[in-house]
Design a protein around this ligand. Sequence first.
Ligand SMILES: [Fe+2]
Length: 435
Amino acid sequence: MSRRDIAWYENDMFKSLYIKAGSNAFRGYHSPIISPKTTFVGTNSLNDFINHISAYLSDDERRVLIVVDKDLRKLGERVAKRMDQRGINSRFYDNVLPDAPKNTILEGAKICEEYDPKIILAVGGGSAMDTAKLILLFYEKPEININNMSAPYYAGLRKKVKILAAIPTTSGTGAETTFIAVVTDTDRDPPKKTEVVLYEFCPDFVVLHPDFVKTMPPGLTMGTGMDALAHAMGSYMLTMSTLFTDMHNLKAIEIILDYLPRSVKRGNDMEAREKMQMAAYIAGIGFGNISGGIEHSLGHSFGALFHVHHGICVGVFLSASIAFQAKVTNRFYELAKLFKIDVENRLRDEILKDLLAELRKFMSNINCPLSISEIESPKVSKEEYIAQLDQMVDFAFNDYCTLSSTRKISELQYRKILEIAYENKLEDLMNLFYS
Ligand SMILES: [Fe+2]
């Protein structure tokens, strides 16, 4: 495979320098704060958003491309109808697929060439929002090679499209606030999830309307909520964290611990739904302004091969991520406090053990699998899992999030974590801390 075919962060020299420097490599050197310009919140948020863009667009610019997956087309049509009442025309791109395969993105960019939208609006979950970001990129920069976009990268977008906007229909991915888009690079064999990092991917406008998340079934509520928890806890463990990211991540965890179980158990609990919508957004700003942790490297790699929901993938690896890094940082003390664990005058390993036990109790309470063997949909046999170990190690080691690990991680250590994850026993997780 040539250098042109791999992402910039897979380059051996870059990776080894970055990993050697630990997660402090760029701390303080390059850390702008990126977030959406305006976020409309609550039951009038859709009206507010449409009024805003109606005033913003001139008469010859009133065209919006709505990026939505087929199952959510009705929600997209509801938005289109409201915009139509304000003289804003819309067209749909509804071939959004899980994990945003690159070949589907190019179809969306083609529609833009013909339609010339001034707004690209995603209505959906992480894949719809990532697809919208990538359509914007490939429409405005058709020749770009995503593998060469080493962060910080400036593509100079919004020369054709004025606004990127998002209405999330799940509460967890944080894609409505982040400047990362995950694309499945279908030019590679096997196709690999590639993170494209570009500040210009952060949506300008976000609509957090409770109606758009109230019909999420319990399984999706749990999966996306676990993703939000993994964002906040995983990135809090990184020593490259900042005051800004800490305050977002810690608050998000507090809200999720209180309201995710309620959202999963009673879908019509609108207070819990609204709190989770905000927690996912806050966690998105927290982790989005640093990085996900190694639970995301591992979750991406396992998910790419076994097609398990992203939130479950990162949830299963979250304990290992914390235990592995706890060896070199005390940041888990703050996480333990949020789980109401006493940290005064106690041994570090006792605190960690209690934290992992409480996290697992929380996950069980919302019906989240604790290990690969507990995943029901789809079932992953031990034989299939072991057969893919080499590939998973390779994917995880070459994941963007590997660069930010607080504790330097090798391919061998990734293998160890993946091996124990099939059963994910507490004593094996604790061994990651001791070894
Ligand atoms: Fe995630």
